[in-house]
Design a protein around this ligand. Structure first.
Ligand SMILES: Nc1ncnc2c1ncn2[C@@H]1O[C@H](COP(=O)(O)OP(=O)(O)OP(=O)(O)O)[C@@H](O)[C@H]1O
Ligand SMILES: [Mg+2]
Length: 527
């Protein structure tokens, strides 16, 4: 078969070997999926192909000629565009500038902004980002929309090879559909796509071939039609795996937190709900529906303009002015954006885990008990099956999914009563997802009250006692276990967009902000 790109015997060694003798080929006009557990080496392989890092050994060929890109730009000039796992937009530039970073229309060196913004608006439209103003700074967009923007930027180029490293991690079904439509178009036009995702159903739908990586080695390459979901997972983890998690409902009648009329325009409006001890309360909604913003409000990261929060049975509202206040009141927030808000990347795993609760490993007079600290770090690394060289490895060196596990370990260690998880399984492989589900189950059994924001309805339906659905900043409904179905939840997620209250009711993926309205930079990383 006609191979456009081939990779032979590629090895990559950092302190240890992370890729061993990898052979991989990409045909013209195919979508080739790359799957494997967290830390298997997927991102490393595509970074080598896209010129970001160099292999330690092995060679590549593009169009039958030796290919050794010295930089990302080099690879781009050879027709390889990449959407990286970690977002790569420049926060200080506008949406339009980011979209056309390499091809900004200019005349005698002057940027033609009118043209630029017009072209950007067309592109934004194609990706369902109708309400996003091309003049807006990228840092003001939520993570989901940033991801779509990055995808749009890469797809706007006519490159023969497109690489996407977990493009859908922050997206929900309707956005994924849109992306797939564009990928299929590309393929039909003869482009080739390397597609990385932990969502096996997605892979089965979009891929022509699937290559499985385990611990830096290729396990095999299969025609997507010839391999079942279970088989893919077994090959990935090297054993057969129990994927089903049963929710043993433990919610008590006692209130842990009550939110009343929380409002922060234009992000959320009149949000009221109760969270009970031992409960897992899900929060569903489309991108930009206000879930993350509501959680940040409760955590004191952003102020809300009106509304109250009550803890336990208290009739007196608490005033949570800052995240520090929230933590003191026993509330933890695990953010969706681990790079920006969750981790201290230059520090070791051990320090990242213990830093939020240094008191727990310190003696009464303040000395840190290193033995205790190491034991705690080892314990969490084991519990979450966090793949690392040692607890002293720096967080920045971990694979994307393992960084996510580290954020979880960090907050678990700080013994909070109310835990808010914003997309806890984003970018996490199937095996580790099950571990996280079990962990949430265990925590709720110990009486912790848990909020889980997720874009994956299946996971919410498997795990939650109740599911709250947000739509256009409002709480569209709270559903009990047994009273929901995928259709009911999706209908609720769309409901507020269809009532005609909003500027552009046809576009549920809309930004929801006035085009010329103020852009609040405080609220970066919201979705
Ligand atoms: N700069 C680095 N220094 C040392 N080790 C690294 C570095 N970058 C990656 N690694 C290691 O290489 C291995 C493979 O990482 P990689 O990011 O390729 O995994 P991945 O398959 O993309 O995982 P994920 O699904 O979590 O994104 C991991 O064990 C990681 O810790
Ligand atoms: Mg990766």
């Amino acid at each position: 078969m006609d191979s456009l790109l081939s990779v032979s015997n590629i090895c990559k060694t950092y302190a240890v070997q992370v890729l061993s003798n990898v052979d991989f080929s990409l045909r013209r006009g195919e979508v080739h999926a790359l799957v494997g557990e967290n830390g298997a080496g997927k991102s490393t392989l595509v970074k080598i192909i896209s010129g970001l890092i160099r292999q330690s050994a092995g060679s590549m060929e593009l169009n039958g000629r030796p290919f050794a890109p010295g930089s990302r730009m080099d690879a781009e000039q050879c027709g390889i565009r990449t959407v990286l796992q970690e977002l790569n937009l420049i926060g200080n530039l506008t949406v339009a500038e980011n979209l056309f970073f390499t091809g900004i229309p200019n005349r005698f060196g002057l940027i033609r902004y009118h043209e630029l913004n017009k072209a950007a608006a067309v592109l934004l439209d194609r990706f369902g980002l109708t309400g996003v103003n091309p003049r807006m700074k990228v840092s003001a967009l939520g993570i989901g929309r940033q991801q779509l923007l990055e995808i749009a930027a890469a797809m706007s180029c006519e490159s023969p090879i497109l690489i996407m490293d977990e493009p859908t991690a922050a997206l929900m079904d309707p956005e994924v559909e849109l992306l797939f439509k564009h990928i299929k178009e590309k393929r039909d036009n003869g482009s080739s796509v390397i597609y990385i995702s932990h969502r096996i159903e997605e892979i089965k739908r979009i891929a022509d071939r699937i290559t499985i990586l385990r611990d830096g080695c290729i396990v095999g390459t299969y025609n997507a039609a010839d391999i079942g979901n279970d088989e893919i997972i077994n090959q990935m983890v090297g054993r057969s795996m129990d994927q089903v998690v049963e929710r043993r409902s433990q919610a008590s009648a006692r209130i842990a937190l009550k939110a009343k009329g929380l409002t922060r325009r234009p992000f959320f409006h009149d949000v009221s709900f109760e969270l009970r001890k031992g409960e897992i309360l899900g929060f569903a909604g489309l991108m930009g529906s206000g879930r993350t913003e509501t959680m940040r409000g409760i955590f004191g990261a952003d102020r809300f303009e009106s509304g109250e929060i009550y803890l336990d049975d208290s009739q007196q509202p608490v005033s949570i002015k800052s995240p520090r206040h929230a933590v003191r009141n026993g509330i933890a927030l695990l953010t969706e954006d681990r790079k920006e808000q969750g981790l201290f990347l230059p520090l070791s795993l051990r320090e990242n885990i213990t830093i939020t609760n240094i008191g727990a490993v310190a003696s009464r007079i303040g000395w840190i008990n290193h033995e205790h600290e190491h034991a705690e770090a080892d314990d969490w690394i084991g519990k979450l099956d966090l793949r690392c060289r040692s607890p002293e490895q720096k967080a920045v060196e971990l694979s994307g999914g393992n960084q996510q596990k580290l954020v979880i370990a960090k907050w678990m260690f700080r013994d909070c009563r109310i835990l808010i998880f914003d997309e806890p399984t984003r970018g996490i492989d199937v095996g580790a997802k099950v571990e996280i589900y079990k962990l949430l189950n265990n925590l709720s059994e110990r009486g912790k009250a848990i909020i889980m924001v997720s874009s994956e309805l299946n996971e919410l339906m498997a795990l939650c006692d109740r599911i709250a659905v947000m739509s256009a900043g409002k709480l569209a409904g709270v559903f009990d276990r047994g009273s929901w179905s995928q259709e009911i939840l999706m209908e609720a997620a769309f409901s507020e967009y269809l009532t005609g209250e909003r500027r552009n009711p046809q576009s549920p993926l809309d930004e929801g902000k006035d085009e010329t309205g103020p852009v609040n930079h405080e609220t970066s990383n919201l979705s």
